[in-house]
Design a protein around this ligand. Structure first.
Ligand SMILES: *[C@@H]1O[C@H](CO)[C@@H](O)[C@H](O)[C@H]1NC(C)=O
Length: 325
């Protein structure tokens, strides 16, 4: 009887399992994830594979002790596990799983599989530079630091101060790019040693030059960082002989906004904001800043208060009184 019950429950489980899992739709892969992973360069993908492999080495570094009761037995098992086929399998089981770009990581993992097996069998030191071996030498997806392009040509210029320290060599460390400088924002020139428009030279010595953003009131460049150093003033600012470019208060013009709005000055501009509903014209936000009260509202101290609210409460009081009588 008992076994029949078990068979029956197993049968039911199978049916349930089928119902639950066979109706599940295949997962929809979000296209943005695909394009995101595509945008990762091949060298970056190789890097993420190496990182994942190293994490696997770390994860398995304490070995497996199953069956080793005595300390000496444990030590022996640990030694044999260290370069074993079993450990490699353990590492490869987890490969790319934690990677942010797992699709591309797997892609490299496939290409590198044989290379990794050879390397593992050679009893190579696991602290050797696996990245250089796999990604640079064997798969040829990356270049050494400060080298670029198919043949890993050195980036032009002083490698201690590439692109004046204000940019990077295009393709640096990868098999891509043309080695020209890609300058950081604010810098221009073949060697990123000029300030872009809207920036000024704020520091320079023989190793380093820095460009900083002009004051926000400037247009078209500046000599230094204050509002007095602008070449010209931005719209919404006006030149003052003492202070330089200063904000125009557009709200000084009382007709700037509509009657049911008040004007709010901002740096370089202004905004028209609707008055509180209790106001008929206002000089700021809230029922306490009305010029006059709107229809149906009357002044109570500083505030415009709805009349009807008063009537309602008066009415309510009257009704209760009537009922009491
Ligand atoms: C190098 O590559 C950049 C970006 O792809 C491009 O704008 C530039 O013209 C190239 N320069 C040379 C010298 O090929």
């Amino acid at each position: 009887m008992k076994s029949w019950g078990m068979v029956l429950s197993a049968y039911i489980s199978v049916i349930l399992f089928t119902l639950v899992f066979c109706t599940v739709q295949p997962p929809n892969i979000n296209p943005s994830i695909l394009s995101q992973s595509k945008s990762l360069g091949e060298c970056q993908a190789c890097k993420s594979f190496i990182e994942s492999f190293k994490a696997g080495l770390e994860r398995t570094s304490r070995g497996k002790y199953e069956g080793g009761d005595a300390a000496w037995e444990e030590e022996k098992l640990k030694k044999s596990y260290k370069r074993s086929e079993m450990r490699l399998v353990d590492i490869q089981e987890g490969i790319c799983k934690e990677s942010k770009h797992s699709v591309q990581c797997y892609h490299v993992a496939e290409k590198a599989e044989e290379l990794i097996e050879e390397w593992w069998a050679q009893d190579a030191n696991e602290f050797d530079d696996l990245y250089a071996y796999i990604c640079i030498d064997k798969l040829q997806l990356c270049c050494p630091k400060h080298h670029f392009g198919k043949n890993c040509i050195p980036c032009p210029g002083d490698h201690d101060n590439l692109c004046s320290g204000n940019g990077k060599c295009r393709g640096d460390g990868t098999r891509k790019g043309n080695g020209t400088c890609l300058c950081d924002p604010g810098y221009l020139g073949e060697n990123c040693d000029q300030c872009a428009i809207g920036y000024y030279l704020s520091y320079k010595d023989k190793n380093k030059m820095l460009c900083s953003k002009c004051h926000r009131s400037c247009m078209g460049g500046c000599r230094d960082g204050t509002a007095k150093d602008c070449v010209a003033c931005r719209t919404g600012y006006i030149f003052d002989s003492e202070e330089g470019c200063i904000d125009v208060n557009e709200c000084d013009d009382i007709n700037r906004c509509k009657a049911a709005e008040f004007c709010e000055n901002t740096l370089g501009s202004y905004a028209c904001v609707p008055c509180d509903k209790s106001c008929n014209g206002c000089h700021g936000d809230g029922p306490d800043l009305c010029r006059k009260c709107a229809k149906g509202y009357s002044k109570k101290g500083e505030l415009c208060i709805a009349d009807r609210q008063d009537e309602d409460s008066v009415e309510a009081m009257t009704t209760t009184r009537n009922e009491e009588l």
